[in-house]
Each structure stands twice: as structure tokens, then as C-alpha cells.
Design a protein around this ligand. Sequence first.
Ligand SMILES: Cc1cc2nc3c(=O)[nH]c(=O)nc-3n(C[C@H](O)[C@H](O)[C@H](O)COP(=O)(O)O)c2cc1C
Length: 155
Amino acid sequence: MKVLVVYVSTHHGNTRKIAEVIAEVLQAPLKRVDEVSVGEVEDYELMGFGSGIYGGRHHKGLLGFVEKLPSCFGKKAFIFSTKGGTPTFLNHWLLRKRLLSKGFEVLGEFSCKGFDTFGPLRFIRGLNKGRPNERDLSNARVFAEGLKSKAGFFG
Ligand SMILES: Cc1cc2nc3c(=O)[nH]c(=O)nc-3n(C[C@H](O)[C@H](O)[C@H](O)COP(=O)(O)O)c2cc1C
């Protein structure tokens, strides 16, 4: 199965760590959203989309990319993120809606906490220091393994 993992990670590189683990398990190329063209999506059957959560949603570059995609009926997707602490079902809502509207089947979603020094948080030296940690990376690995069986993945 041809898989691509697309991400944005602007704050502390937190989401990149998760994206690397998932891409490694799925043996997939890992690209920043600005490195992928809309036309390239044609080549893939399963695509992962992830970023930090900024203002309660995924990065606007990622959301904008998905908005520009052609119809993707028959393709599968998964969503991931790292966050300071707002609830995942709210954080993922908009990206999930956009993927579904393009025809993707969303196989699964993963989120964990990430180091956050946004705004006044810097005065307390940030939230979630050290996250994602080893346990988060291991949970991401388990998530990616689960995707393989859901997607009928044959290597
Ligand atoms: C501008 C900005 C807005 C943020 N908004 C939220 C938010 O609404 N909810 C939340 O849980 N975390 C929020 N965060 C924290 C980030 O989601 C968190 O630090 C994430 O791990 C960053 O990922 P990255 O290092 O891959 O960019 C925000 C961070 C920044 C810089």
C-alpha cells in the first residue's frame, strides 16, 4: 500500500517527533505540507495528516492543503496532532470534516500533549515539558501498527 505522511510542526517540533515514528512504522515518506503538491496525492492510497493544535484546530497550512485537494473517494486517511491541552474531539473536528468532505475514509486519530510555551505560558517555563515523551512515542507506534491492520496493509 502506498502511504504518505504530511505534517506541520512550527512551535517546538513536537508533532514532527510523532510524525517520524508513524512514518517509520508505516515505511512511508514523511513530508512537510509545503513539500507536497496537491497532484501528488493521486499516488497514495493512505495518507496521514498532522500538526500542532493552534487556536483549537490544526495548522492553517494543513487545513488549506486539504481544502485544495480534488475528490479522494476510495482513499484512506488518518489524523494526528500534539496539543497543549484542549480536547482532541474539538481540535480534530475541522480537519476530520474536511477529509470526510473530500471522500476520505478516516481510519483513526492520534493525539498527545506537546511542550507548549505559547503566550503567558512562557512565564511559567511552559506546559508539558518533555512531551512528547517515550511513552507518547510508544503510543504513536501502537497507533500506527493498528492502522496497518485497519488499512489491510501488506507492507
Ligand atoms: C499560536 C499557538 C496556539 C496554540 N493553541 C493551542 C490550542 O488552542 N490548544 C492546545 O491544546 N494547544 C495549543 N497550542 C499548543 C500547541 O498545540 C502544542 O505546543 C503543540 O505540541 C505544538 O506542536 P509543534 O511543536 O509540532 O508545532 C498552541 C500553540 C501556539 C504556538
